[in-house]
Design a protein. Structure first.
Length: 138
């Protein structure tokens, strides 16, 4: 079943009859019901429909998976796996939702993701200022 489109004007769509090989760099949403191989870099949401097959590294704000992915996924906000999701790779995100029945073969790391505002805060140097103390006199 194809994934539902949010708003056609703000969504790039790879339909069931389409295959894409290379690098997809997007500022708006991406919906994949076909086949993508390579790399996906998206500033918004990537949705892999139940008929979607992806062999790529994915970096996005949010990733929603109903289909199959071979590759690592880095989501700055959240990864959501439905019961039909099949993921073969590592997941890195600040939040995750996994429905019963989803399959994951890989590591899951939950915490600030490189490039997120929380990660930048965590990487910022901490400045410690100590006040001078007087030594007790004898």
């Amino acid at each position: 079943m194809p994934a539902k489109l949010a708003t056609p004007a703000t969504t790039t769509y790879v339909d069931e009859s389409s295959q894409f090989t290379g690098t997809l760099k997007l500022t708006k949403n991406l919906v994949v019901d076909g086949s993508v191989e390579g790399e996906i870099d998206c500033a918004a949401t990537v949705t892999i429909g139940s008929s979607g097959r992806v062999n790529a590294q994915i970096c996005a704000e949010t990733v929603v998976i109903d289909g199959e992915i071979h590759g690592d996924i880095e989501a700055r906000s959240e990864i959501s796996l439905s019961k039909t999701a099949r993921v073969y790779g590592d997941l890195m995100t600040e939040g995750i939702v996994i429905e019963r029945g989803a399959k994951v073969e890989g590591r899951i790391t939950i915490g600030p993701v490189k490039g997120s505002s929380k990660a930048r805060e965590a990487e910022a140097p901490t400045r410690v200022v100590a006040a001078p103390t007087a030594l007790p006199s004898e």
